[in-house]
Write a protein that binds this ligand. Structure first.
Ligand code: ADP
Length: 451
């Protein structure tokens, strides 16, 4: 049945729910359209944290955290993104990040732990206390807020087409729900449908060498809402900027942190052999793994390395982590020839002793000869699509002629320019909450002007 609202939000991830809660609090009648059976999108999979500078929590923590500032967050984000980011968007991100945290806290979220993540000069990653993951907490907070406000969230409801009037203004969305197709008439639309990392056809269209890559993304990250906006003339930017991760557990989709290799783990293929410099760049290591049998390799480490890295405490408890008291036992579990594995490890040790690795790995911190031994099968995977719809700091979407498309706003992973050529850990959460809120505010203002 057709409905009429002030603001229609496409996507119930972090960006869409932030926009919906914000627009509702300003007085808008909102509907959220979510094609999947559940809310959360990629957001709910986020493990790191939410980056924000100048928060009361950083001040309370003191020390280096208290030295952080908007300027340093801006600098870190631009530098991390190889200066390809849209400076105005990054400025907005950094300036509003603290209020994004305060807003989530006010909604009952727990982001009280402050930590340091790669690429940040000072500790600015806000995350739940007690080691809980950030994504589920952000979604829980926003979803609870949405429910408390009686926001109409429609799951299993896919946005299929944006409706425009003769002037080019967006006036609604055609959707497909459980019981068929209907029209949502809206004074403003917020497109917060996320990225396209789970759509390998689209990914490899923009970056051919990513063909066949697995993904850490949820199955709904297929990007048709980008194309839907392009159908009404929207401009896309930096679509070829796609972040991959070389070591992801196949099917499970969990990323194994790079620090595992940094602290000494090696990669062993299904023939029981090393094949590449594990510390080469992400691209190169990914390509090398894909050339191995079944496109996978084992991250292999011993108990010395395990004890050196807290992050591995969680991994070794998982069913995907193979354990063997001896090289024979781990070889058997890996399904590789024990004699081959032993000679691989002998060659590794000899190379380390000689200070010259056969694959020219520069840093060989450990002998890797203390049982128990561990092996985790990994494969490279697409992690985050950094390009997307071209927006400005008000989340207005631009057309290919460089003009604003009236009535259309976008926020979150569906947009391009915030992260440039490389997204820093913790910046996706900052992005979706900050720009999601702005989209909610701007959509409300636009809707009032239409009235
Ligand atoms: P962000 O981090 O930007 O909020 P997420 O991936 O967390 O992005 O959330 C985006 C949400 O949008 C997902 O839940 C996804 O299923 C949903 N989505 C994607 N395409 C559509 C569509 N065409 N119609 C409705 N919802 C969609």
């Amino acid at each position: 049945e057709d409905i009429t609202v002030d603001v229609a939000v496409i996507g119930a991830g972090g960006a869409g729910l932030s926009a919906a809660v914000q627009a509702t609090d300003l007085g808008a009648k909102v509907v959220v359209l979510e094609k999947m059976a559940m809310v959360g999108g990629n957001t709910i999979r986020a493990a790191g944290g939410l980056n924000a500078a100048g928060t009361t929590l950083q001040a309370a923590k003191g020390g280096k955290a208290a030295q952080d500032s908007v300027e340093v967050m801006y600098y870190d984000t631009m530098k991390g993104g190889h200066w390809l980011n849209d400076p105005a968007l990054v400025r907005t991100l950094a300036e509003k990040s603290a209020s994004s945290v305060e807003w989530l806290l006010a909604l009952g979220g727990d982001l009280r732990d402050v930590g340091l993540m790669a690429g940040a000069t000072f500790p600015r990653t806000h995350r739940p206390t007690g080691g809980a993951l950030v994504g589920p907490e952000v979604i829980r907070t926003l979803y609870t807020a949405a429910k408390t406000r009686n926001i109409d969230i429609r799951t299993n409801t896919k946005a299929e087409e944006l409706i425009t009037d003769k002037s080019g203004r967006v006036t609604g969305v055609k959707v497909k729900g459980k019981d068929g197709t209907y029209t949502v008439t809206a004074k403003a639309v917020v497109n917060a449908a996320g990225g396209f990392g789970a759509n390998n056809e689209l990914v490899s269209k923009y970056v051919p060498k990513l063909k066949g890559f697995a993904t850490t993304n949820h199955p709904g990250a297929t990007g048709e809402a980008i194309e839907m906006a392009q159908d009404i003339g929207a401009q896309v930017t930096q679509m070829e900027q796609i972040q991959t991760h070389p070591t992801v557990v196949p099917k499970v989709g969990e990323m194994i942190t790079e620090a595992v290799r940094g602290n000494g783990a090696i990669l062993i293929n299904k023939d029981g052999k090393r094949f590449f410099n594990e510390l080469d760049t992400r691209d190169a290591v990914s390509a090398a793994i894909l050339k191995q049998k079944d496109g996978i390799a084992y991250l292999f480490f011993d108990s010395d390395m395990q004890k050196s890295l807290k992050a591995t405490n969680g991994y070794i408890k998982q069913p995907y982590c193979l354990t063997g008291a001896t090289l024979d036992e781990i070889a058997q579990k890996m399904g590789v020839d024990a004699a081959t594995l032993k000679s691989t490890m002998d060659a590794w040790k000899a190379g380390k002793a000689a200070g010259k690795d056969q694959f020219e790995r520069a840093d060989m911190p450990r002998n890797l000869d203390k049982g128990p031994f561990y092996a985790i099968a990994v494969t490279p995977a697409v992690h985050h699509t950094m390009g997307g719809l071209k927006i400005d700091s008000k989340t207005q979407v631009y057309n290919v002629k460089g003009q604003v498309i009236p009535g259309l706003f976008a926020a979150g992973e569906i947009t391009g320019g915030v992260h440039g050529g490389n997204r820093l850990g913790g910046n996706a959460q900052a992005d979706i909450v900050t720009f999601g809120r702005i989209a909610g505010q701007q959509a409300f203002i636009f809707a009032k002007q239409v009235d």
